[in-house]
Design a protein around this ligand. Structure first.
Ligand SMILES: [Ca+2]
Ligand SMILES: [Ca+2]
Length: 346
């Protein structure tokens, strides 16, 4: 079992923190209420994500042979379209809503780039073909999904079988990759010469600088044209008990990325609200906003779960607000969580 390590430095043992998949707590849920977090100390440092000429050895849990990834090598094969988010302040968090959103506070971020789309199956397949990487869901032939009553680990659900046994990614090349852990997402981003966005970068890219609550503004949009959330198709196809049955957004599960241009963010991000929830680089800290540095916050130094943002096709409308903070523990993955990559400007 190998976590993530720089060659010559020995394994960092990231996966030693992995929790029992049986205790996996899906972070979507019909109402998608963020769960309180307890943050134990002593977690190992994050793997390197910046540009490097060193190969990085990455192997998912139970992988017999870890794979070597040359950071940035995937950027020459193809690339996700990125937009630049200019340096400056924005209002992060909210004085209204869940306790972990408070207080609203000014945050300054250096200039960065971020993908306009969630990473697709097509792009992730390029990574797999180039490196031989296997996601943890594939290795363990198991991932979490909604069984009609609970988020629970289910056999036969993995990256290649997003809707479980009998499903496949054939014909879903432009759908977001799902059933990927934070480590899987980080491995892809390293290969692509990028990194996961910080929580602050994700929020600024999603809601801009004017304090809006959604990518398109502050009013919920329930016309079915701005985002893919838990709608009447989710009720029928995904068996959501509390779906918004008054809305038809066209998709019961994930939609191809970019399907909702009316819901673009001020910086041009598609699907920042809904479709699939998105991993951020940071550990989740319930009280972090009260103590966050004012410049380029990176999140708590340690934790048990990483931040996941934006809600998903399985979320109730309120959970798709760009301020909502959800989390998924180390090793967690499910049918409604993916990611997009970011990159610091040189
Ligand atoms: Ca939907
Ligand atoms: Ca999303």
């Amino acid at each position: 079992m190998v976590g993530i390590a720089l060659l010559g430095m020995g394994p960092a043992g990231v996966d030693s923190l992995a929790s029992d998949p049986g205790s996996h707590q899906g972070q979507h849920g019909p109402l998608h209420s963020p769960m309180p977090a307890s943050i134990p100390a002593g977690a190992p440092p994050l793997p390197p994500s910046g540009p490097s000429t060193q190969a990085v050895v990455i192997g998912p849990v139970a992988s017999a042979s870890p794979v070597a990834i040359v950071p940035g090598s995937g950027g020459t094969i193809d690339d996700e379209r990125m937009v630049t988010v200019n340096a400056g302040e924005f209002a992060m968090g909210s004085n209204l809503g869940e306790p972990d959103l408070k207080p609203e506070h000014k945050v300054y971020l250096d200039e960065f780039e971020i993908g306009i789309h969630e990473v697709t199956n097509r792009r992730f397949e390029q990574f797999v073909k180039a490196t031989g990487y296997r996601t943890r869901s594939e290795v363990e032939n198991q991932s979490s999904c909604w069984d009609g009553r609970h988020w629970t680990p289910l056999p036969g659900f993995d990256r290649l079988h997003p809707q479980g046994p009998g499903s496949s990614i054939e014909g879903k090349a432009e759908h977001p990759v799902v059933h990927v852990t934070w480590d899987d997402a980080q491995a892809f981003c390293i290969w692509a010469g990028k990194r996961l966005p910080t929580e602050a970068e994700w929020e600024k890219a999603a809601r801009g600088t004017d304090g809006r609550l959604y990518p398109w503004g502050s009013e919920p949009a329930a016309d079915g044209k701005t985002l893919n959330l838990g709608d009447r198709r989710g009720y029928r196809e995904f068996h959501l008990a509390f779906a918004m049955v008054s809305v038809d957004d066209g998709h019961g599960w994930a939609a191809p990325v970019g399907s909702y241009p009316a819901g673009k963010s001020p910086y041009g991000l598609f699907d920042a609200a809904g479709n699939v929830a998105e991993w951020c680089s940071a550990w989740y800290g319930k009280d972090y906003y009260a103590q966050s540095p004012a410049r380029n916050p990176q999140g708590p130094a340690t934790g048990a779960a990483h931040v996941v943002r934006g809600g998903s096709f399985a979320s109730f409308e309120a959970a798709t607000r760009s301020v909502v903070r959800a989390k998924l523990e180390v090793g967690g993955r499910d049918c409604a969580t993916g990611f997009r990559c970011a990159r610091s400007k040189k």
